[in-house]
Ligand binder design. Structure first.
Ligand code: GSH
Length: 261
């Protein structure tokens, strides 16, 4: 049986898990330890040393969460998760691109300035930080993470990330004027890919960013987060690790919410 390699609390892994559970595909999941991501054995499967990776029956590895989602949708029986109509399909594809290129990095900045920073102590253990940064293959991502960890909320990547997330919420509200889900009248990969960003903001105690001003987004998130797939994903996370992520944002929550709500 094919297997999806994940860390259950990680947002990129949750994207692929969501597509898997909505599809009902017969694919197992394997929880990885963060240190294992740096090993040559794992890098042979996923050269960037990140999750998720889908390992097929014959051992072939597939990387990149959005590509894995599209593969799961095409390769397995179950409800279609991509619109048949060309215009709506293009909207679904656009959401996946925006999420990968803009919204995940934006969430990454505010998470790095709190949670990842908190992993390196006070004062920052720059030797341990360098080990983590050296394991990253993405140059721009590395620069952003380093700045956010060293400067915390003073990093310019933080307000830029918050501005991008605010635009994301406004874009969701506008899209929902035409249909109940982001790209269609039913759930698609666009909703599956957006789910982990919204879930993380919700876990951070920041749902006021939409409940105070965006009624359609509030209704959509209530529908989405009530789905059995999402309940299951929340239950699958390592609670201790997830709690560390959540607690780390406490000192920044008010400033983050002011920028978003
Ligand atoms: N573009 C990749 C990004 C994957 C990625 O950055 N994954 C993060 C988790 S969201 C990761 O594994 N980070 C390594 C770590 O946390 O040590 C994808 O969408 O699959």
């Amino acid at each position: 049986m094919a297997e999806l390699y994940v860390m259950h609390h990680a947002t990129c892994a949750r994207k692929a898990l969501m597509a898997l559970l909505e599809k009902g595909a017969p694919v197992g999941t394997r929880e990885l330890d963060r240190l294992y991501l740096r090993t040559p054995e794992y890098r042979a499967l996923n050269p960037d040393g990140v999750v998720p990776t889908l390992v097929l029956d014959d051992g072939s590895p597939l990387v990149e969460s959005s590509i894995i989602m599209r593969y799961l949708d095409k390769a397995y029986d179950g409800p279609a998760l991509q619109p048949a109509d060309p215009w709506r399909r293009a909207q679904c594809d656009l959401w996946l691109k925006l999420i990968d290129e803009k919204y995940f990095p934006a969430l990454g900045a505010i998470t790095a300035a709190t949670f990842i920073r908190s992993m390196f102590g006070d004062p920052i253990d720059t030797v341990r930080l360098k080990v983590m940064l050296d394991a990253m293959t993405d140059h721009a991502g590395r620069l952003m993470r380093e700045d956010c960890v060293l400067r915390g909320l003073d990093s310019p990547f933080v307000p830029a990330g918050l501005a991008s997330l605010r635009k994301m919420l406004d874009r969701i509200e506008a899209a929902l004027a035409d249909h109940d889900w982001l790209a269609d009248d039913r759930i698609t990969l666009a909703d599956c890919a957006m789910m982990p960003i919204m879930l993380r903001l919700d876990e951070f105690g920041m749902s006021a960013a939409w409940t105070t001003r965006l009624p359609r987004t509030t209704g959509w998130w209530n529908r989405l987060s009530a789905r059995p797939s999402v309940t299951r994903i929340v239950a699958m996370a390592n609670r201790g690790l997830l709690d560390e992520v959540i607690v780390s944002v406490e000192g920044a929550r008010a400033a983050y919410l002011e920028a978003l709500a």
